[in-house]
Design a protein around this ligand. Structure first.
Ligand code: ATP
Length: 212
């Protein structure tokens, strides 16, 4: 099977995530998209809801889509889960399947700050998504692009990364939604309706999330 690995804090999950996962699924012919909510870091900021809440909201949001799966792989880990280690474990679990690491252009450009970025870039093929507020042209600033690329023509293209892996650039319907904005709205008692699934909205109110 062709599997998309879609990691995030999902604090909370919103329609930007869900639509991106759905578009990438049918545009790249993935059989499944596996959502991987991050675990609790050792020093958790008050901004970050407990991993159990973020996992529960991700489950609620994806329940009705048979092509979406939520993994608790990073939640079950004691200590900080690093993407390189998560991927190693996923390669074991899904041995025989073809895995793609799905992430927005903002997250891709942040990879140099992740653990063992050079190793990560050589481990798996990537699917890089457009995202409102972030310029795809900034991809040339990534230290992981191999050779010269024409930034005006990369949407829909496959580029080569240092180490030989590929990255497919996918144009996603622009939904200018971020979890940060949703947390701010909730904190200020403003409506968060229609930017995330209703079940997630209810969960946030029931558990009094994002209030402090
Ligand atoms: P925060 O505002 O808390 O930083 P976020 O909305 O960016 O959160 P994350 O959970 O950090 O959400 O994102 C997980 C992945 O989803 C990242 O790869 C990110 O680029 C992508 N993503 C998030 N929102 C969108 C969106 N509106 N459109 C496309 N991709 C998105």
């Amino acid at each position: 099977m062709r599997l998309g690995i879609f990691g995030g804090t999902f604090n909370p999950i919103h329609y930007g995530h869900l639509r991106a996962a759905e578009e990438v699924r049918y545009k790249i012919n993935l059989d499944r998209v596996i959502f991987i909510p991050s675990g609790n870091p050792p020093l958790k900021s008050s901004e970050l809801s407990d991993a159990a809440h973020r996992y529960a909201m991700t489950k609620l949001a994806t329940d009705l889509n048979v092509n979406f799966v939520v993994s608790d792989i990073e939640l079950r880990q004691t200590g900080k889960a690093y993407t390189v280690n998560t991927l190693e474990r996923l390669f074991e679990i899904y041995a025989g399947d073809e895995l793609f690491f799905v992430l927005g252009i903002d997250a891709f450009l942040d990879i140099p700050n992740w653990r063992q970025p050079d190793r990560l870039i050589g481990m798996i093929d990537f699917i890089i998504l457009t995202r409102p507020g972030f310029d795809l042209k900034d991809i040339i600033k990534s230290p992981f692009i191999s050779g010269r690329i024409k930034t005006d023509r990369i949407v829909g293209e496959t580029i080569t990364l240092k180490g030989g892996r590929k990255a497919i650039i996918v144009d996603i319907r622009p939904l200018d939604i971020s979890s940060t904005e949703i947390r701010e709205l909730a904190r200020e008692d403003k409506s968060i309706k229609y930017i995330l699934p209703e079940a997630v909205e209810k969960y946030i109110y029931t558990h009094n999330l994002y209030k402090s």
